[in-house]
Ligand binder design. Structure first.
Ligand code: C2E
Ligand code: MG
Ligand code: MG
Ligand code: MG
Length: 286
């Protein structure tokens, strides 16, 4: 709050502030009509194992805005969370992902593929979250063994007992959990020990300068040995170059996601990527 301006100087009249508010109101209205008009879609980014095998993909939400084109989730997820629109949006992502798992289950070559779905804090803490996930799995007929839910650290600090209880219920049905953007949030080693996690995803901010920044390398090494001690798989996000992939292999990280292999793709493109993988392993290419 600006000092010495007196109580009646309302910041509303700051033109930047005014623009931001107008922008937000427009965006919220657009989000609502986007949901009605089915302007949202799911992209898939491959997750690759060291031997070149395709583990599966991360499902990433996209908004095909009628005038603004493809809008990044970082631009609308926070607002969707504030307005509660994240609930129908995440329902859509989960259902789309589950239906895709069912489609892949029809063919032996794709039946083992895994999908990771991002879960927002508001969605996770909703009282119906467990029922939502189990209901969507049941409705679609997807195999829970092929579904991973990505949680972020910020979501886990609130009401630990309830978090553990929800995770345990879902894990008992075969669902896996990964901790996304690991290292960027509130990291407490005691909660890592208590949470029934399967995977740590090292945030891409530590991967980007892995080759040139010794502290990033130290952090990545530490996360990998932490993963080994806690028996968690470790995935490196944001792998953009073959050199980074080589460095990760040397450090002992065996699963990767990043532009080196592919950008997130619409489903038709991703299915083409799968077919390409069968004849030509990624290892031979990079
Ligand atoms: P995230 O879950 O950490 O997803 C990884 C992000 O990194 C994606 O951005 C992906 O496109 C990007 N990325 C992948 N490889 C590379 C790389 O090699 N280099 C760089 N620079 N970036 C890479 P995207 O798709 O824009 O998503 C951003 C964030 O939005 C996600 O971060 C996630 O937090 C959120 N998000 C996306 N889809 C959903 C969703 O369905 N539900 C929720 N709650 N959040 C979502
Ligand atoms: Mg993620
Ligand atoms: Mg991430
Ligand atoms: Mg992120």
């Amino acid at each position: 709050q600006a000092k010495g301006e007196g109580r009646n100087t309302i910041r509303f009249f700051d033109p930047d502030m005014q623009a931001a508010i107008t922008n937000r109101i427009t965006l919220e209205a657009d989000l609502r009509s986007g949901l009605k008009q089915n302007d949202f879609l799911v992209y898939y980014q491959p997750q690759i194992v060291k031997d070149g095998k395709l583990l599966g993909a991360e499902a990433l939400l996209r908004w095909q805005h009628p005038s603004r084109g493809l809008v990044s989730p970082t631009e609308f997820i926070p607002l969707a969370e504030d307005t509660g629109l994240i609930l129908p949006l995440s329902e859509f992502v989960l259902m789309t992902a589950c239906n895709q798992l069912v489609a892949w289950a029809q063919h032996p070559e794709t039946a083992e593929l895994n999908l990771s779905v991002n879960i927002s804090a508001r969605q996770f803490h909703h009282r119906d979250f467990v029922d939502q996930v189990l209901g969507t799995l049941a409705k679609s007929g997807a195999n829970p063994e092929n579904l991973t839910l990505e949680l972020t650290e910020s979501l886990l600090v609130e009401d630990m007992e309830s978090v553990i209880s929800k995770m345990t219920t879902l894990k008992s049905r075969g669902i896996s959990f990964s901790l996304d953007d690991f290292g960027t949030g509130y990291s407490s080693l005691s909660y890592l020990k208590r949470l029934p996690l399967d995977i740590l995803k090292i945030d891409q901010s530590f991967i980007r300068d892995l080759l040139t920044d010794p502290s990033d390398e130290a952090i990545v090494r530490t996360v990998i040995s932490l993963g080994q001690s806690l028996e968690l798989a470790v995935i490196a996000e944001g792998v953009e170059t073959g050199e980074t992939r080589e460095a990760l292999i040397n450090i002992g990280c065996h699963v990767y996601q990043g532009y080196l292999f592919s950008h997130p793709l619409p489903i038709e493109e991703f299915n083409k990527f799968i077919r390409k993988m069968q004849t030509e392993t990624i290892t031979n290419k990079v």
